[in-house]
Design a protein around this ligand. Structure first.
Ligand code: PLP
Length: 361
């Protein structure tokens, strides 16, 4: 792979991170970009000032959604080092998504190197208050100009960065979710396990209707029978039964979340009986009535852990009292946040340190 080209903009005034960050509203000065064509492969890796992409209206991905993305986070440790959480797993997943929709894979070692270089250069943009992080958004899209349907022959990869605020600025707020059977997100052998924009487009209407009824998120049921739990909104889901913490198994329709993987590992090592299996909505209703469902929570990079306060299915409301029954969600949130900020020992080797190597800004 060729060397990265650095076009770094001087920052006379330094970096000023705004107070109220929200999510995905503010972008840092620089991006990483590279291009693919069949003759050169991935080439022209560059770290450069953020600027608009200039896109011809015939650019393939805006018509046929041949695009993939990732979402991961960088943090600053107490001693001021920049770290990225589980970057290798996200790069891995980017390449798995790429394969499914005919996008050429990227050399994972090179991408890891490019990512650490970018984070090192943009380190001053990492916010440090509780719950804050630098959100990393890689995206790859087909860039041929063509109105017919086939895989693009050329691609662009962009990594942009966005300082984000605490997901729960007022503390851990349980969400209200609606299990519905009017719409499905994905079906087996489709693209449900890929991080690709089309899955999000498929989810919007159900999400909007749930919001109109006062719910925060949709609980997705399987695409064939609308019987088995899949995901909640854009998060994976865990159900804490008496004596078992269960999460839907990866049948091809569920996004294999990195947070999901981390939670499974932590629970397993703490001695919980954690299972990956089919969980039907009827099982939840039956067990809830017997008092056997202690808590439900979602997992994902943005929120880390999101406790469910209310689950509604066909008009039957199941309530989970956060203060006494959802202790597990709070514990997991604390533990993962502490690992991410290197406040406790990184016992799983989940952090990649991004230090300035070849460049000085
Ligand atoms: C990204 C994503 C998740 C969560 O994955 P993480 O790797 O934990 O951030 C879950 N579901 C969907 C549909 C997603 O796109």
């Amino acid at each position: 792979m060729e060397k990265i080209k650095y076009l770094i903009k001087e920052r006379a005034q330094g970096v000023k991170i705004p107070e109220n960050l929200g999510f995905g509203l503010i972008y840092t000065d620089h991006v990483f970009e590279m291009d693919y064509d069949p003759a050169k492969g991935w080439h022209n890796p560059t770290i450069k000032p953020l600027e608009n992409l200039s896109i011809h209206p015939a650019t393939m991905f805006i018509h046929y959604a041949q695009s993939i993305f990732e979402g991961l986070k960088a943090f600053k440790t107490r001693s001021g080092e920049a770290v990225i959480f589980r970057a290798d797993r996200h790069i891995d997943r980017l390449n798995r998504s790429a394969k499914r929709i005919c996008i050429p894979e990227v050399d994972p070692d090179f991408l890891m190197y490019a990512l650490t270089e970018l984070i090192a250069i943009e380190k001053d943009w990492i916010p440090t208050r509780d719950g804050e992080a630098l959100y990393i958004r890689p995206v790859v899209y087909g860039s041929d100009l063509f109105l017919g349907v086939r895989p693009s022959t050329r691609y662009k990869l962009v990594i942009m960065l966005s300082p984000v605020g605490a997901y729960y600025p007022e503390g851990f707020v349980p969400v209200k979710i609606l299990a519905q059977d009017d719409y499905v997100r994905a079906v087996r052998k489709g693209m449900g396990e890929c991080k690709t924009p089309a899955n999000y487009a498929a989810s919007l209407l159900a999400g909007q209707k749930a919001k109109e009824q006062g719910f925060t998120q949709v609980l997705w049921l399987d695409g064939i029978e609308q019987k088995y739990l899949e995901e909640v909104g854009t998060m994976n889901i865990f159900v804490q039964f008496k004596g078992e913490v269960a999460t839907p198994k990866l049948t091809g329709t569920v996004l294999p979340g990195v947070t999901r993987e981390s939670v499974i590992q932590i629970l397993h090592d703490k001695g919980y009986n954690v299972t990956e299996r089919l969980i039907s909505i009827n099982e939840i209703v039956t067990e809830y009535k017997k008092g056997n469902v202690l808590s439900i929570f979602g997992t994902g990079t943005a929120a880390v852990i999101s406790p469910v306060g209310l689950l509604s299915y066909k008009g039957f409301e199941m309530k989970f009292d956060y203060t006494d029954s959802n202790v597990l969600a709070a514990e997991l949130f604390k533990e993962i946040s502490a690992i991410q900020r290197a406040e406790i020992v990184d016992r799983y080797n989940w952090l990649t340190y991004a230090d300035k190597k070849s460049v000085e800004v």
